[in-house]
Structures are given as structure tokens and as C-alpha cells.
Design a protein around this ligand. Structure first.
Ligand SMILES: [Zn+2]
Length: 97
């Protein structure tokens, strides 16, 4: 079963990063970007700002079990050009521009 869940606190983010499985999708308005779960672009500083201080008004963090799930759950999702999740497996045109 494909899995997706919203990450609501830092403790959860920390656990997911320790488990080192799946991917993180960060939404900003209608745009979703897929990151590796342990990428430096998924920082606790940004998470705290976006999810806790700004109360998810401008975007949210989600965990997904794979890039395919991310693509299905977040139509038009782009792969981060910094951490390049699944660079060899997916059409390069799906990279964030
Ligand atoms: Zn990234």
C-alpha cells in the first residue's frame, strides 16, 4: 500500500530521518517538491518556520514511501534539483525548474 502522511512535529521528522526511508514532500502553495528524507534541504530550521511558526499557512511537510506515491498524491510534484531524489529512475523533465 502506498503511504503518505503529514509531518506535524519535529520529533516525527527526526524519527523519519533516523529511519532513512522514503521521501519528504514539501508543499508551497500549490507547488510540491520531493526531497530525499535526509537531504540538507529538509532542515529542522525550515520545518520549524513553516510548520510550527507559520502554522502551515504557506505550506506543509509530508512523508511518502516513494517517488511514485509522491507523483500520484501530489500531481505536478517536482523533484528537488539540490538533492535529486531518484535521479536515474524518473524522467528528467520532472525536475523543479
Ligand atoms: Zn532537496
Amino acid at each position: 500500500m502506498p503511504e503518505k502522511r503529514e509531518i506535524l512535529d519535529l520529533d516525527e521528522l527526526r524519527k523519519l530521518r533516523l529511519a532513512d526511508e522514503g521521501y519528504v514532500v514539501i508543499t508551497t502553495g500549490k507547488q510540491a517538491t520531493i526531497h530525499k528524507v535526509n537531504a540538507e534541504c529538509v532542515s529542522s530550521t525550515n520545518f520549524r518556520l513553516k510548520v510550527i511558526i507559520n502554522e502551515r499557512k504557506q505550506g506543509s511537510y509530508f512523508w511518502v514511501d516513494g517517488v511514485a506515491t509522491a507523483a500520484r498524491e501530489f500531481p505536478g510534484a517536482k523533484r528537488c534539483r539540490v538533492c535529486k531524489p531518484e535521479v536515474l529512475l524518473v524522467d528528467p523533465s520532472t525536475f523543479e525548474r
